[in-house]
Design a protein around this ligand. Structure first.
Ligand code: BDR
Ligand code: CA
Length: 316
C-alpha cells in the first residue's frame, strides 16, 4: 500500500488527482495539505475541505502556506483564466465549509509529524508550489532521510513553460522553494510539462465517466467544463491532466521514462523559475549543480495508458 501525503492547490486538475488518489485501491491517503497557487491559501484550503466532503475522503485537510518561501518574493497573480476565480471553475459553492474541520497544525508540521510516524514509508505527491515542503525541510532537515520519495508535478526541461517561455506555473510561483526541494538529499521524481502536456482527457470521456462514476465524478465533470474550454485552445476538445500524472507515477512508474541528474531552479531574472537538469555522466566545468543529489526527471510517458488508468480509477 502506498502511503501518500497530497500537497495541492485545488485547482481543477488537482481535484481530479485527489479523486484518483482516493479511489485507487493501492493508495492510502494520509493527508491533504493545501498551498497557495491556483488561488489564495484561503481559497485552496476551502476547496480542499469542499472536495473532502463531496468525495467522501476521510484523510484530514491541513492548511498550508499562503506566501512564498522567501517572503521578499512578490506573489504571482492567480491564474483565474485557467481555474476560475474560486479555483474550481467558478461553480457555486459556500464561502466556508464549516462541517469539515481543519487539522490544527500548519502543513509543514503535519508533513514532519506524519513522516516521522511512518519512517521510510511516506510518498509526498506535490502538485502546487513547493512551499510547504521547503518549510518542512527548513524546520526538520532530517525528514529528507525518512521520506520514501517525493513526486512533483512541475517544471519544463526540454520544452517551454506555460507561464513564461522559461517557466512552468508550480515552479514559477515559488522558485526558491522548488530549488530547496530539488537539492535536498531525498529522492525526487519530477513529472513536468515535457510529459504532462501529452495527457489529454477528452470532453466525451469526461461526460462518459460522469455517467458511470457517481456524484463525485459528476461534480468533477462540472468543475472541469470551463477548464476544457480553456485547454481546447491547445488540444482537441479535452483537458490536460497535469496533476494526475504525478499520482499515476506512484502506482505505475513503468509508464514513464526518467533521466537522472541534479536539478536547479533559476531564481530571478528573465528566466525566473526555469528548471535545469545536469544529465548524469555528462562533463561540464565546475558548476552549482555538482554537489547536489541526482534527481529523476520524466522525459517520456505512455500518455494514453496514463489517461486510461485515470479514467478506469475514477469510474471502475
Ligand atoms: C500546474 O499548474 C496548475 O495550474 C495546475 O494545477 C498544475 O499543477 C500545471 O502547470
Ligand atoms: Ca496543481
Amino acid at each position: 500500500m502506498h502511503k501518500v501525503i497530497f500537497d495541492t492547490d485545488p485547482g481543477i486538475d488537482d481535484a481530479m488527482a485527489l479523486l484518483f488518489l482516493e479511489r485507487h485501491p493501492d493508495i492510502k491517503l494520509l493527508g491533504v495539505t493545501s498551498v497557495f497557487g491556483n488561488a489564495s491559501a484561503d481559497t485552496t484550503t476551502r476547496n480542499a475541505q469542499f472536495l473532502k466532503r463531496e468525495f467522501g475522503i476521510s484523510a484530514p485537510v491541513v492548511r498550508g502556506a499562503d506566501e512564498t518561501y522567501d517572503p521578499a518574493r512578490p506573489m504571482a497573480p492567480w491564474p483565474v483564466v485557467v481555474h476560475g476565480v474560486n479555483g474550481l471553475g467558478d461553480i457555486e459553492m459556500p464561502e466556508t465549509i464549516d462541517d469539515v474541520p481543519l487539522d490544527s497544525r500548519p502543513a509543514w508540521q503535519f508533513i514532519i509529524d506524519t513522516v516521522r510516524a511512518n519512517p521510510g514509508e511516506v510518498e509526498i505527491v506535490a502538485v502546487g508550489r513547493m512551499t510547504n515542503l521547503a518549510l518542512a525541510l527548513a524546520h526538520d532537515p532530517e525528514i529528507a532521510g525518512l521520506v520514501k520519495q517525493v513526486v512533483v508535478m512541475g517544471g519544463a526541461f526540454e520544452c517551454n513553460g506555460n507561464v513564461t517561455p522559461a517557466a512552468e506555473a508550480n515552479i514559477h510561483g515559488d522558485p526558491e522553494a522548488a530549488d530547496a526541494v530539488f537539492t535536498a538529499p531525498w529522492k525526487v521524481v519530477i513529472i513536468g510539462l515535457d510529459v504532462t502536456i501529452q495527457t489529454v482527457m477528452t470532453r466525451t470521456t469526461m461526460k462518459d465517466l460522469a455517467r458511470r462514476g457517481g456524484s463525485a465524478v459528476e461534480l468533477l465533470a462540472k468543475i472541469s467544463d470551463p477548464y476544457i474550454d480553456f485547454y481546447s485552445q491547445q488540444v482537441d476538445d479535452g483537458m490536460v491532466v497535469h496533476d494526475s500524472c504525478a499520482c499515476v507515477y506512484v502506482v505505475a512508474p513503468e509508464l514513464f521514462g526518467l533521466r537522472a541528474g541534479s536539478v536547479r531552479v533559476v531564481c530571478g531574472g528573465i528566466a525566473d523559475g526555469l528548471t535545469l537538469q545536469k544529465p548524469a555522466g555528462q562533463f561540464f566545468p565546475p558548476s552549482p549543480w555538482d554537489d547536489k543529489p541526482e534527481q529523476q526527471v520524466a522525459m517520456t510517458i505512455e500518455a494514453e495508458k496514463v489517461v486510461d488508468l485515470v479514467a478506469a480509477t475514477l469510474a471502475p
